[in-house]
Design a protein around this ligand. Structure first.
Ligand SMILES: *Cc1c(COP(=O)(O)O)cnc(C)c1O
Length: 410
């Protein structure tokens, strides 16, 4: 096996490439033709690996899936239309009415809304725990628990859960651990080696390579015995370790219809080729900016797991190594200061999204979390004085200069 970047660039070299194109073509097609009716019957029966219809599989999308399989070390990968589609497809595969999910309020806002509003209306119970408290997690799990769901690093709280410790508790109860690893990606965090059974990525972020396209990824790490899943055990005899992704592709994903377009898959495969280079740059700049902000007298607090005084520092070093991702937050005196700083920036852009090539700043309290009441925002760890900076890959001197001139105006 080659290194991460070499694998990301070359992927699997397909033998079915009549023109020898160096890049896998974008197969803009819905349907596929067969030599005879027997062959098409076998394809529909799943007796031969073949594409039938692009809502179910497409060669350009398969290329992205297979490259991510190599990079993650998982056993099977499914690419979908967005990060939210990855989460909803996964929960639809694992849960049902009367089941419960163990999670935390410190979640990506739309994920929280999916659990609390959309899925609970269909009878899924959501149980909130602190991911630092193994006893509470242990007590919350019962025979109706369909999974434990967490984010490898929370946004914008920037907390890091100890996935190995949580997986021990989940395993004891025969419950899969699902982790949204969007902000770290398999490059910074190997979820399989840290007890995660199902990994989810919003490929919209780091993978797309410059905020080009929306997409999502589901990775089965091959670590969970599907005979233990109330919902999937009847399929385990037939599909074995491939049960989870097989059920998605042949039922849930197929029927929900949130497929990734070949165009987006092609853009994301291109993004994947430079993923490690972009992440290295954004992590290095994030640490430098975090040090700069933490020393600045106008900044009241700086939060970044790579700062030794961060509550997540030790676990981040253990799980992620020396790189702690491309997002940091900092607090100013009040909302007015936050807005003024944002408005004075010339290089850093005012926008939502993270892990773009461009550095992006936002005031989460008044934007991403606007739909929640003040007490709810506080319970989610959102402060009115907090700004979130998602660090891009510009020249670091320009980013620091931009922040410096903005802070001077306050
Ligand atoms: C953006 C994001 C999502 C949702 O992804 P989309 O591609 O926008 O649907 C889910 N989880 C995390 C952590 C995210 O940052």
């Amino acid at each position: 096996m080659t290194g991460f970047t070499t694998t990301a660039i070359h992927g699997i070299r397909s033998k079915e490439n009549p023109h020898g194109t160096l890049r896998v073509p974008t197969y803009d097609c819905v349907s596929f033709e067969y030599e005879d009716s027997k062959a098409i019957q076998q394809a529909f029966e799943g007796k031969r690996m073949a594409h039938t219809y692009s809502r179910i599989s497409n060669p350009t999308v398969t290329h992205l899936e297979q490259t991510l399989r190599l990079l993650s070390g998982g056993i099977a990968v499914l690419a979908v239309s967005s990060g939210m589609a990855a989460i909803s497809n996964t929960i639809l595969a694992l849960g049902s009415a009367g089941k419960n999910i163990i999670t935390t309020k410190h979640l990506f806002g739309n994920t929280l809304s999916l659990f609390e509003k959309t899925l609970s209306a269909w009878g899924l119970e959501v149980r909130y725990v602190s991911m630092n408290d193994m006893d509470t997690i242990d007590t919350a799990i019962d025979t109706d628990t369909c999974c434990v769901f967490l984010e490898s690093i929370t946004n914008p709280q920037l907390e890091v859960a100890d996935c190995n410790a949580i997986s021990v508790v989940a395993q004891k109860h025969g419950v899969p651990l699902v982790a949204d690893n969007t902000l770290m990606t398999p490059y910074l965090f190997n979820s399989r080696k840290n007890g995660v059974d199902i990994e989810i990525l919003s490929s919209t972020k780091y993978i797309s390579g410059g905020g080009t396209t929306v997409g999502g990824i589901i990775i089965d790490n091959g670590t969970f015995d599907w005979n233990k899943s109330a919902k999937l055990k009847e399929y385990a005899a037939r599909y074995g370790s491939m049960t989870f992704i097989a059920r998605l592709r042949q039922e849930i994903y197929r029927n929900v219809g949130a497929c990734l377009s070949p165009h987006n898959a092609s853009m994301q495969s291109l993004g994947l080729e430079t993923l490690s280079l972009r992440i290295d740059k954004s992590c290095e700049s994030s640490l430098e900016i975090a040090h700069f902000l933490s020393r600045h007298s106008t900044v009241q607090a700086t939060h970044y797991p790579g700062l030794p005084d961060s509550a997540s520092y030790d676990i981040a070093q253990k799980q992620f190594g020396s790189q702690s991702g491309g997002i940091l937050t900092f607090d100013l005196k009040n909302i007015d200061y936050c807005f003024k700083l944002m408005d004075s920036l010339n290089v850093i852009r005012r926008a939502t999204n993270v892990n773009d090539n461009k550095s992006l700043i936002i005031h989460p309290w008044s934007t991403i979390f606007a739909e929640y009441r003040d007490e709810e925002k506080c319970a989610m760890g959102i402060r009115p004085t907090m700004l979130r900076l998602a660090v891009g890959i510009e020249d670091i001197a320009d980013l620091i200069k931009d922040l410096e001139q903005g802070l001077e105006q306050l």
